[in-house]
Each structure stands twice: as C-alpha cells, then as structure tokens.
Design a protein around this ligand. Structure first.
Ligand SMILES: *Cc1c(COP(=O)(O)O)cnc(C)c1O
Length: 388
C-alpha cells in the first residue's frame, strides 16, 4: 500500500523481582500516595460522615480538628488563622491578586508553578506591573527588599524542578507592621514535608494532595495578623472581588469551621487523618524527618550511580519532597518510567514541560523511606536489564 509505517518502540518486557519492589508503588508528585490507614478510617465513618451537611457538627468538628492540627503542626504564633476554601492553590493565586496584593508584587520565578502566580499578577488589570526575579531551572533566586512592593511571592518547593528554598523575609525588608511587604508562600508541595518558621511568612498556602496525602480541590492558607489586616483594608477600599475569590468571606467562614460553599468532605477527612498522623508521631520533626531521610537515600544513590545524577547542582537546593534525577543520555528515562509503570511503580515520569531525560520522584511524608530505597534498587535492575 505504500503507507508509512510509524516507528513504534514497545516497552521492553522486563519484570522486576518481587524482592526489589517497593511495598507501595506510588511516587507521583500529586495526586500522591494516600495512606491506606486514612482510607480505612474514612470507610469506617462513611455512613455517618459522607453525605451529611457541611454546616452541622459532624463535619464542622473535623474541620475544627484539621484547623487546630495545622496550627499545632506549624506552631502558629498568636493571631495567625488557618483559612480554607475551594479551588486549590491555583485558585489561591487569583484570590491573592484580588485580596492580598494592594498594588505591586515581587515574584521569584524558577519553574512552572512559581511562574504562574507571576503571570496571574501581571494579567490582573487592577494591579501594577509586578517585579519578577528569575533564575535558571534547577536553581532559585532570592527576594530583594523593595519599597515599591507590597507583597513578596515565594515558593517553598518548585515541584516542576525539584528545588526547595529556605523561607525568610527578604534581607533588609521592613516588617509588614512597619510598612514592609507581606511574604506570601506557595507551599503546595512543601507544606508538611519541609520545616518552616511561621514568623517568616504572612500567607503560607497549599493544597491537600501532596504532603497531606489527601485529594485535590481545597486550598488552605495560614494567615498572619498582617495578612488579615491587608484583606480587610483592600475590602474597605471598595475593590470589586468576586464572592468565591473573596478572602474576607473565606476568613469569616473558616473561623466558624466551614467553607463558603460546599467542600469535598472526603478530602477534608483524609487531610485531617494525615495531620493527626503527623502530630501523633512528633509533628514536623516526624514528617520533615521522613522526607529528609528519603532524600538522603535518593541523592546518595544517584551520586554513587554511574548512570544517574541529581539534576539540582547545589546540595542545599535539592528538594526533600521532590527528587529530580537526570539519566545518562544512553538510557531513555521515558522507557525506564514506562517499565517501572508496567511493574506497578507509577508516576516517575519527569515534569512534561521541563523536557529533560529525567525521572521525578515524590518523597512526601506518606512515602516510606524504605520504599525509596526499593525504588532505587528497582531502577538499577531495570537499567541493567535494558542493557542486556
Ligand atoms: C501542585 C502545585 C500547585 C497547584 O496545585 P492545585 O491544587 O492543582 O491548584 C501550585 N503550586 C505548586 C508549587 C504545586 O506543587
């Protein structure tokens, strides 16, 4: 017929021995591993919890437990409020452009996620042109104190590249109480797995489907008194804000342990289970301890490997929650990820837009450090078998 036959590479049929396989094969960056114990706890209360009103005590008591659990986990100072609402971290960027940025923001842009908030601020017609400080992928910039900026936008962990950064107010910047800008941190993939000092931020926001081992759809924000004052002063200024994006409405509801509109009850329940699991085992020492241990295992393996290299050069920037590992050009990382997938080890594919010959591995607190060790052994096995 003369038609072109497309060139198809089949996934080689490589079976990883059971003795090497991790106990749980979920290593995705989000949605990520949800612990079986949390799902079992949800199943146990399903008939009295799911399908009941979010305005009644049954659900509100779980929201209250979640809010106070987060307050404990992050050792929130007096006056900080745990707020929540629908739409995930992505919605919170829009909420921030309406309710937290007065006029001009400064953004650190060092990957896909951190660049998105910068774009949202740039596109908002009621805001001035934002300052955007960029750096090469695989690194992070630092914020620069500026008199014209009223909000600094930081990202605790850039999920697309596997870079983490310390959360500190910009050097030399005035505190918000003295007229300085607010510090707002996208902590979607870092929160709960990386240590943070609450006095260094005014808004620390995240979604439940990463370190908090739940499902997506909610945003949670830890808000300092200065952030709450900003919300109130923008509201008083008369700026138009759509009700679903109005942080003052979200705050009013949050302190009553409810959301403005109907949330996913399972998501809230699973997240509360995770926060309880952290707190019952030692809080941030436990959860950040697990991610640090997993990261030590992953990067030690990659450093010693003759075919794998950590993508992030500076050791202190290598994320404890998302590991990005470059493979030698002779080894097709996409094929390795596909073979792992065929063996039940899923979601190790690289971030699609980064376009590197790379594996990306989540090391959220739910993920057992021993399973990270098993993953490394499984990758060694696959690469060895591919060379046969
Ligand atoms: C996953 C992620 C987001 C997006 O979260 P959604 O819940 O999908 O809105 C934003 N920022 C970072 C750093 C992320 O990792």
């Amino acid at each position: 017929m003369g038609a072109m036959i497309p060139y198809v590479t089949a996934t080689p049929d490589i079976r990883i021995p059971d003795s090497l396989l991790p106990a749980d094969g979920r290593f995705g960056a989000g949605p990520s591993k949800v612990r079986t114990e949390a799902v079992d706890a949800l199943a146990a209360v399903a008939s009295t919890f799911l399908g009941t009103s979010h305005r009644q005590k049954t659900v509100k008591s779980v929201v209250a437990s979640l809010r106070s659990g987060l307050s404990d986990l992050f050792s929130l100072p007096e006056g900080y409020v745990v707020a929540l609402g629908n739409g995930g971290a992505t919605a919170f960027w829009d909420i921030a452009t309406f309710c937290l940025i007065e006029r001009t923001s400064q953004h650190l842009s060092f990957g896909e996620f951190s660049s998105k908030f910068a774009t949202a601020a740039k596109d908002a017609p009621h805001l001035g042109e934002p300052e955007v400080i960029t750096s090469e992928v695989g690194t992070h910039p630092l914020p620069v104190a500026s008199d014209t900026v009223d909000l600094y936008a930081l990202t605790h962990n850039e999920t697309s590249t596997g870079v983490m950064m310390p959360i500190r107010r910009p050097e030399g910047a005035a505190l918000p109480a003295d007229g300085g800008g607010l510090v707002a941190v996208d902590a979607t993939s870092g929160a709960g797995g990386l240590r943070v000092d609450a006095s260094e931020f005014d808004a620390y926001y995240f979604s439940p489907q990463k370190c908090f081992g739940s499902d997506g759809g909610l945003w949670i924000a830890l808000l300092s008194p200065a952030a709450q004052e900003r919300v109130a002063s923008i509201k008083a200024s008369g700026r138009w804000v759509p009700a679903s994006m109005d942080l003052s409405i979200a705050l009013d509801n949050s302190v009553l342990d409810q959301t403005y509109n109907t949330p996913a009850l399972a998501t809230i329940f699973l997240m509360d289970q995770q926060v309880q699991w952290f707190n019952d085992n030692g809080g941030m020492d436990f959860s950040a301890g697990r991610t640090a241990r997993s990261a030590e295992i992953l990067y030690t393996w990659a450093d010693a490997s003759d075919f794998a290299t950590p993508f992030v050069t500076r050791e202190q920037d290598r994320s404890h929650v998302i590991g990005t590992i470059d493979l030698d050009d002779a080894i097709d990382a996409a094929a390795v990820a596909a073979i792992l997938r065929a063996n039940g080890i899923v979601d190790t594919e690289p971030y699609r837009k980064l376009g590197r010959n790379q594996l990306r591995v989540a090391m959220f607190p739910s993920i057992d450090p021993e399973d990270i060790a098993s993953l490394c052994a499984s990758i060694n096995y696959v690469v060895g078998a591919m060379a046969q």
